[in-house]
Design a protein around this ligand. Structure first.
Ligand code: NAD
Ligand code: USQ
Length: 397
């Protein structure tokens, strides 16, 4: 299959591009390298020493004998170039990772809010409009988020895979209707993913585009069989207060002896998936597309759910590092239930990596190995959801 990986230089996109190439697909990465620019803006760097994109690609050819092409293109701003690329490449499928994905970054200030909305919504819409303009039947697989459903809206009721059956009262009695699960985003970033969903629903209905939307949980871990082949293929590992996600942050904090930064009571329940399973899920989604004019196919791309405090306790017990309960910089429920339906990927053969299998490996092989690259002043989260919310002080000097 000929596949364009949009956002293929990022944390999920890079290992996916390698995995698809390794399994025989013809892969081209499209990325504007904006994530690397944001590192410069925030004065942080991946804990792991990621190499420039061309060195990454040359290494892959050296190690595997396969070629991945690269096109530097801004999906949100270079529409005409995008159309030209689709016409010249004639891909069978596009995997769309190319969005600003950090909730805290999206809440920093109005500039970051506007950038996140402009980048994510325009990028997604440009892709859909370009596919229609070229008249090609290109399958779209998009990385969405569990955060579109929100947390706690339906108590402990199972969160379905995308669609909810509701009873609509009519003068002739109730009728059943299947609707997109109500959107309940918790940040400007998550809001862009709920807007993406409407764009997908429209283009699937109006133009018959074949679209799969993967509602992914928080990705943890760093390496996949392909990124582990050579240190120059190493994946990025974000640990800072904006881009670092909770479990990877705790693993890195444990490795350097930093107190584990639990926001509030840690009663927040979230969904998780290992990066190795992310790349497998993308391949499963690519090989199981919906038909033209079928509704958008939604999968919950999640393997486990945990409370933040339980994760902290688990890692504290493994490593002896203490837990710090910090003021929560986010506006979110202090505690929530999360019961996620996740039958579709399991039904298609996903065999999940569990938390217990990979935790120590991450602390040892990534956290400790690259500990000297950590900037301790970047660990505590400083982006707040509303003016006046409290920010915790640095915990290590
Ligand atoms: P990332 O920031 O590491 O990667 C995103 C990539 O997209 C970057 O390389 C960036 O340069 C590129 N990009 C952004 N805007 C672009 C544009 N306009 N044109 C071209 N390239 C652009 O993020 P990630 O963690 O790999 O996440 C990838 C996708 O998966 C995102 O859409 C995110 O919402 C989703 N997701 C991530 C997680 C997670 O825990 N990391 C969880 C659920 C969903
Ligand atoms: N949290 C802490 N301590 C920390 C960091 C986070 O307690 O040091 C808490 C947060 O307050 C939140 C939870 O952990 O309650 C999750 O935060 P996160 O930063 O790990 O995840 P989130 O902001 O939701 O975003 C991440 C990715 C995003 C993706 C989303 C999937 O950055 O791209 O969409 O996970 S999900 O959460 O399922 O919506």
């Amino acid at each position: 299959m000929k596949v364009l990986v949009l956002g293929g230089d990022g944390f999920c996109g890079w290992p996916t591009a390698l995995h698809l190439s390794a399994t025989g697909h013809d892969v081209t990465i499209i990325d504007n390298l904006s994530r690397r620019m944001i590192d410069i803006e925030l004065e942080v760097d991946s804990l792991t020493p990621i190499r420039p994109i061309h060195e990454r690609l040359a290494t892959w050819t050296e190690v595997s004998g396969k070629t991945i092409n690269f096109i530097n293109l801004d999906l949100a701003k270079e529409y005409d170039r995008l159309v030209d690329v689709l016409l010249s490449q004639k891909p069978d499928a596009v995997v769309h990772f190319a969005e600003q994905r950090a909730a805290p970054y999206s809440m920093r200030n109005s500039k970051a809010k506007r950038y996140t909305v402009d980048n994510n919504v325009s990028g997604t819409h440009n892709l859909l409009a370009a596919i229609v303009e070229t008249g090609q039947d290109i399958q779209v697989v998009h990385l969405g988020t569990m955060g579109v459903y929100g947390y706690g809206w339906s108590g402990s009721a199972p969160i379905p895979e995308g669609y909810l059956t509701v009873k609509v009262p009519t003068p002739d009695g109730e009728i059943d209707r299947e609707i997109l699960h109500p959107a309940n985003p918790g940040s400007v970033y998550h809001m862009t993913k709920t807007l993406d969903q409407l764009l997908f629903a429209f283009y699937a209905k109006n133009d018959g585009l074949r679209i799969t939307d993967l509602h992914q949980g928080i990705v943890w871990g760093t390496s996949t069989p392909e990124t582990a082949l050579d240190e120059r293929l190493i994946n990025r590992f974000d640990y800072d207060g904006d881009y670092g996600t909770v479990l990877n942050r705790f693993l890195m904090q444990a490795a350097i002896g930093h107190p584990l930064t639990v926001h509030g009571t840690g009663g927040q329940t979230r969904a998780f998936i290992h990066i190795r399973d992310t790349v497998r899920c993308i391949e499963i989604a690519l090989t199981n597309p919906p038909a033209n004019y079928e509704q958008v196919s939604v999968f919950n791309q999640v393997t486990e759910t945990h409370r933040v405090i339980e994760l902290a306790q688990m890692i504290s017990q493994l490593t002896g590092v203490e837990i710090a309960l910090l003021p929560n910089p986010r506006k979110e429920a202090a505690e929530n239930e999360l019961n996620v339906t996740r039958e579709r990927f399991l039904g298609l053969g996903l065999n999940p990596t569990t938390l217990s299998e990979g935790l120590l490996e991450e602390v040892r092989d990534v956290g400790k190995r690259y500990a000297d690259r950590a900037d301790l002043t970047k660990i505590v989260a400083r982006s707040v959801w509303n003016k006046g919310m409290e920010v915790a002080p640095d915990l290590m000097k």
